[in-house]
Design a protein around this ligand. Sequence first.
Ligand code: ADP
Ligand code: MG
Length: 465
Amino acid sequence: MNYTTYGPNTNMMNSVREEEKEARTESVSKKKKELADIANEALNMVIDEIDVSPLESELIQKKEVLDQVNEVISKILSDTKRNLSPGDKKNVANMVMDEIFGYGPITSLLDDTSVTEIMVNGTDHIYVERKGKIERTDNTFMDVKHVYHLIDKIIAPLGRRVDESSPMVDARLPDGSRVNIIIPPLAIKGPTITIRKFAADPYTIEDLITFGTLSTDIAKLLKACVKGRVNIIVSGGTGSGKTTFLNVLSGFIPNNERIVTIEDAAELQLKQEHVVTLESRPSNIEGKGRITIRDLVVNSLRMRPDRIIVGEVRSEEALDMLQAMNTGHDGSITTIHANSPRDSLSRLETMVMMSGMELPSRAIREQISSALNLIVHVARYSDGTRKVSKITEIVGMEEDTITLQDIYLFRHDGFDERGGIIGKHIPTGIVPIFLDKIKEHGDSIPVSVFKNGESLSENSVRRRF
Ligand SMILES: Nc1ncnc2c1ncn2[C@@H]1O[C@H](COP(=O)(O)OP(=O)(O)O)[C@@H](O)[C@H]1O
Ligand SMILES: [Mg+2]
């Protein structure tokens, strides 16, 4: 590996007009360059000499390497009769350590929890996003080779490469952060890295109850449903909170079950111990190597799963998911893009048709109605809040039609003075038939939960969403 490249950028000051500012920038930049040069030299010396036992823990290794780095820096300084303040010496040592153990100039940004996104545009423009706002940092790479070195460090462990023939790569850091890399000739100004940092703590059921997304009663019911292996689909529009809700629902799966999650881009963050996370893969530049969600669903069936969680069904995998639900993998959960519970059924039907199996419509509907028990529909309301708008049970078939019954719904009563939604989650009075299935698994829900003492609709208020 080539470590001989890094340091500050000197072009930056060209654009600064004021002389005084220029002088100051120049001295800062000169200083930075000096530190970077020393770090570079130290790095090259240490790399040849690093002497740690691979059996030692990373912490001890780091400590030993740090001692070696400090020694080498002192030697370089005394050899060249230079002096550095203790602070600068520490900075140089950190630069070397970040290069060896971290991700070079962006290591500190990755460690900074207030940073949600990191954007590297070429060598000297590194931006971060904090609280939704983008700001430029003064971190820099020495040259393009240094940026490529970092890119290599990110994607090499994944067996990926980036070059002119495949100039775009999606990757992931070990902590789950998603990385996109695009290089010239597509990115004209130089190699460009975009890192979406992994959300440290996703919403919990308590958060969602506080936000008014659902009521405590609904939470209890859904918890019992998940434990009781009810087959659930979360439906809703784009950004309505489907994935977030799926994550929360998955949190109810008991810890002793083997869970396989399947997604296009792994977003789910399950707390359970026994989780296998699978991610689909797009085809490469030659159009080969594509692994679809469907391939993964089929494969997951051979992995002895207790639960299969599919991030979102969009296509032919719908058939395999339904079959899995019908053949002993009940308690599986997924999401679907749909405008209503009824709409999600017709979309499912269309998706099953995409699978290439020549099934008559009625057979598909029968599959759907016997596989699925419950649809949780989430929606984004006009005030920006996300709510469970309906909980609908799939009852069975009547002639050629799947019969549905709403168990819970959100009754929209009006708006407060700031345009906020006023309303309430209420039971419709119908006792779901899957209640028996839940009982088998030990959770009993009192029938009184479904008793409705209120009117279902507030007709005096025009529905504005
Ligand atoms: N119940 C909720 N209350 C408030 N914000 C939410 C809720 N659910 C999701 N969000 C936010 O909405 C955005 C979209 O959520 P996501 O679950 O990805 O939606 P979808 O999967 O439907 O596209 C995210 O920024 C997420 O943090
Ligand atoms: Mg989603």
